[in-house]
Design a protein around this ligand. Structure first.
Ligand code: CP
Length: 308
């Protein structure tokens, strides 16, 4: 039996296939109700605290919108290192133990791998990992599995290609872990120096995962192409980043070699790896993917707070 009430969402490793897909129906339901501008009060009397030590557009705002659309309240802390008592040296563990006195669920983004687990260990309230350095972004995977399923009608039996900075992009790491629960073929396209963590590659059966440096070899058979930017903020020097920047670029000319019904996904923000001309491609799903974040987060919040 699936039960999300009171649970932290820290790592995709903690969730089964059944749990990862369980919020799909509720996500669809909330999508309909938001699009009909129905006022909902399921989470009236509940408060979300979003605590962000790194910049964000989608993660923070989609969760905050989700909470508000369900009738709940929001405490929002951007630039937490500068604007909270972290600036005076307060530990993350102490901070979340105070914040849970003011809020019922904590959404955290932090530059250090493992920070979300530190917060979850300290807090009694559920903690959601909105990104811990180059670690994970587990709630993103819940939503992106939903988007893939909506776009393709299935996840099983697809050939999915992840391309870009597979070493540092936490959304890629979490998504690959999530996809390992499904019967898919996974292509991992990256420069040699930005390969996916071997532990994550090892979650797939032999023959179900391939590592490459060139997209051309797998583009014609790919059902879903998911690309991301080179994660500039994770490199030790500007020079190392510049050496890899521009390695991949997806445009309409490249996509003419792909399946007619290919789906193109990107977590955003995009840099020069995805030409804006692709926006008019019927398979360009990245803005739909960003919209789904809202509906899926409404589902996750309702489930975690025991209201669905
Ligand atoms: N995709 C994503 O995590 O976006 P933000 O960094 O804007 O939250």
């Amino acid at each position: 039996m699936v039960d999300f009430a009171g649970r932290d969402i820290i790592s995709v490793k903690d969730f089964t296939k059944e749990e990862l897909t369980y919020p799909f129906a509720l996500t669809r339901e909330f999508k309909k109700r938001v699009q009909a501008h129905e006022g909902l009060d399921l989470l009236k009397g509940y408060v979300l605290c979003s605590l962000f030590y790194e910049p964000s557009t989608r993660t923070r705002l989609s969760f905050e919108s989700a909470m508000q659309r369900l009738g709940g309240g929001v405490l929002t802390v951007a630039e937490a290192k500068r604007t909270t008592s972290a600036a005076k040296g307060e530990s993350l563990a102490d901070a979340v133990q105070v914040m849970e006195k003011y809020a019922d669920v904590i959404l955290l983004r932090h530059p250090e791998v493992g920070a979300a687990q530190v917060a979850a260990d300290a807090a009694s309230a559920p903690v959601i990992n909105g990104g811990d350095g180059a670690g994970e972004h587990a709630p993103q995977t819940f939503s992106e599995l939903f988007t893939i399923n909506e776009e393709k009608g299935t996840i099983d039996r697809l050939e999915i290609t992840l391309m870009g900075d597979l070493k540092h992009a936490r959304v890629m790491r979490s998504l690959a872990m999530g996809l390992s629960r499904f019967d898919i073929k996974l292509n991992l396209v990256s420069p040699e120096s930005l390969r996916m963590d071997p532990e994550i590659v090892g979650m797939f059966e032999k023959g179900k995962v391939v590592e490459l440096t060139n997209l051309d070899d797998v583009l014609p058979t790919t059902d879903v192409l998911y690309l991301c930017r080179i994660q500039k903020e994770r490199f030790a020097s500007e020079a190392e980043y510049e050496a890899l920047r521009g390695t991949y670029r997806v445009d309409n000319s490249l996509l003419s070699k792909a399946k007619k019904d290919i789906t193109i996904m990107h977590p955003l923000p995009r840099m020069d790896e995805l030409d804006p001309e692709v926006d008019s491609h019927p398979g360009a799903a990245y803005f739909r993917q960003a919209a789904d974040l809202l509906y899926n987060r409404m589902a996750l919040l309702a489930l975690i707070l025991g209201k669905a």
